[in-house]
Design a protein around this ligand. Sequence first.
Ligand SMILES: C[C@H](O)[C@H](O)[C@@H](O)C(=O)CO
Ligand SMILES: [Mn+2]
Length: 419
Amino acid sequence: MESNVKQAYEAAKALYAQHGIDTDEVLRKLEEVKISMHCWQGDDVKGFLNADQELTGGISVTGQYPGAARNPEELRSDLEKAFALIPGKHKVNLHAIYTDTDEKVELDQLEPRHYERWVDWAKEQGLGLDFNPTCFSHEKSSDGFTLSHPDAEIRQFWIDHCKASRRIGAYFGEQLGQTCVTNVWVPDGFKDNPVDRMTPRKRLKASLDEVFAEPLDPKYNLDAVESKLFGLGSEAYVVGSHEFYMGYGIQNDKLICLDAGHFHPTEVISNKLSSIALFTSGILLHVSRPMRWDSDHVVIMDDELLEIGRELVRHDLLGITHIGLDFFDASINRVAAWVVGTRNTIKALLRAMLEPVDALKKFELEGDYTTRLALTEEFKSYPFGAIWDYYCASKGVPVREQWIAEVKEYEQNVLLQRG
Ligand SMILES: C[C@H](O)[C@H](O)[C@@H](O)C(=O)CO
Ligand SMILES: [Mn+2]
């Protein structure tokens, strides 16, 4: 470790210690936090099962940056590069379309063996895996409906796909000795105002009941359900709204997934955590950055990311919260996108852990809002960067912006050779 990094750490450590914050202990806690890095940033949500299929489901990727992964080997190589630049041991979040098999298989027929190579790789790398059924980019979802489809046969196809996905999730959990979160998101909705908002929701509820009917060991697989306000082509109405899944998740003991881009433009998920945590046994996050809509920009250190970190730390929610990322930007180097978003998410948690929470809570309780405000603001310029640099160095990953050169080198030697 460079001596200036260590010296800066020691000076910062002494400053934080004056407020009773033990930075060594903070870093021990930080290394326990796993971020689930989404595989789909690496290839613009194409996957390998039906890679020629157009991306549908009301989501969109823009940009033409060269070097997207074209097969599982390339995607794993890119993920490895990104993880080499991110401190800590984490997870990879796979979508069902990221099969690694020579077989032509339909979504409702998927089995654990179609992901065996992912599991071998995850074992080798010491990573966990999470999973998602892919209820979009398919001819059977071309009219915008899946689990709530009025046609029973089409509905059954998607039910079977989600059931298969849960079994794959349980296989990941059992093989890797780390619980897999299998998250169900369906795009179902109407472009224009519906007459009947209720019946599709009844169908979605019944389909989910079927999907989740098979009991699976929660040690291996946990189910999550993800709501959304609107998508491209489902602007007027989404069947799986926030209220729908709040109800479903609480009634059926499922993790409620909060995607930062799935709410009204000024609505934030940070303000929902303390409520949902009171009524559920767990939460899944899709940390994203909506810009004017659910644009899935790369996560930056903005106020909402900091506030998510604070809520998780201040209310001790890290133990019950599964932190996933969900962004896809094809206008920049895709490995860099992962590195920026993931490092920022971890750094936001670190910043939250470096706040004098007990003192701030005490001032609040005593009604001393002046000190609450003043101390919060002063802490924004405390030297958290020195703690972060030390953490990166101690985990053997590049300090500060040094990682950019490594990504550029990888781009020259690997990404640009893909043609
Ligand atoms: C690809 C993901 O599953 C998808 O982004 C979903 O999680 C979502 O957020 C849709 O808007
Ligand atoms: Mn999402």
